[in-house]
Design a protein around this ligand. Structure first.
Ligand SMILES: C[S@@+](CC[C@H](N)C(=O)[O-])C[C@H]1O[C@@H](n2cnc3c(N)ncnc32)[C@H](O)[C@@H]1O
Length: 237
């Protein structure tokens, strides 16, 4: 079965993007944090060493990208986070190890997966970042749910009250998507929120074609011949 490209009733970026992003840049998202995510967060705190360095793979799904990131960032814990217990049961299984290495090998000792709600986890994480206890070296956000109908647009992370938190978690945030409008919106929202929050950000959007797929969704889209996009947001010192 080939992956269908995104079906949407939007032909350009969300028309009220600037107003929505500015509104949320001026407010604080106050929804109470779920107990299960608070507990998951405590377990992650135990994995982080005195250096405070870690990498997040948010919405990791079946967790394949967490393996790649853990091999790249060998010396720090790499935390794959997803709310789907079913998807997480596949994390680090033998099929996935084979796909991600071209042969069988072990799960890197610094790869971990937890079940949590991102909207809660990110707020707890930002508290740690703001007091200098955590340094999130890289934040991967690979193929988040696109919510392609215009009426659902404010469920997209960049049009949600969580966006200012997401943007401030790490000096490097990497979004991957198979939907050009999502990539353009994310980049534009980063510009708008960055300016509203006085963050100095470098935002780069590009089409890319990875030599080897790093996630289950990426493989599905590449197999179907779809174009892939990446937005890298870096904070400038
Ligand atoms: C389209 S899938 C992509 C999964 C994976 N990154 C990949 O590329 O194969 C999006 C994932 O994000 C997770 N997700 C979406 N919203 C979430 C949230 N608020 N908290 C935690 N996980 C979430 C879903 O459960 C799903 O596994």
């Amino acid at each position: 079965m080939t992956a269908r490209s995104v079906t949407t009733n939007q032909d350009d970026i969300y028309k009220n993007l600037e107003a929505v992003v500015r509104k949320y840049a001026a407010t604080t998202f106050l929804r109470p944090v779920a107990d299960h995510t608070r507990e998951a967060f405590e377990r992650v705190c135990e994995l982080v060493s005195n250096s405070g360095e870690l990498v997040l793979d948010s919405g990791c799904g079946t967790g394949e990208s967490t393996l790649h990131l853990a091999r790249k960032f060998k010396d720090v814990p790499v935390i794959g986070i997803d709310k789907s217990a079913v998807r997480l049961t596949k994390a680090g299984n033998s099929r996935q190890l084979e796909l991600s290495t071209g042969g069988s090998c072990e799960v890197p000792p610094n790869a971990f997966w937890i079940r949590a709600e991102l909207l809660d986890f990110w707020r707890l994480a930002l508290e740690k970042v703001n007091v200098g206890e955590w340094k999130i070296l890289h934040h991967a956000l690979y193929y988040p749910n696109p919510w392609p109908k215009e009426s659902e647009a404010t469920r997209r992370f960049h049009l949600h009250p969580i966006f200012p938190t997401l943007l401030q978690l790490s000096p490097v945030t990497e979004l991957r998507t198979n939907w050009d409008i999502y990539a353009r919106e994310f980049a534009e929202a980063a510009h708008v929120a960055g300016e509203a929050l006085s963050l100095k950000l470098d935002v780069e959007l590009s089409a890319f074609n990875p030599e080897n797929s790093e996630t289950a969704f990426e493989r599905k889209y590449q197999t179907a011949g779809q174009e892939l996009y990446r937005v890298v947001v870096k904070s400038i010192k």
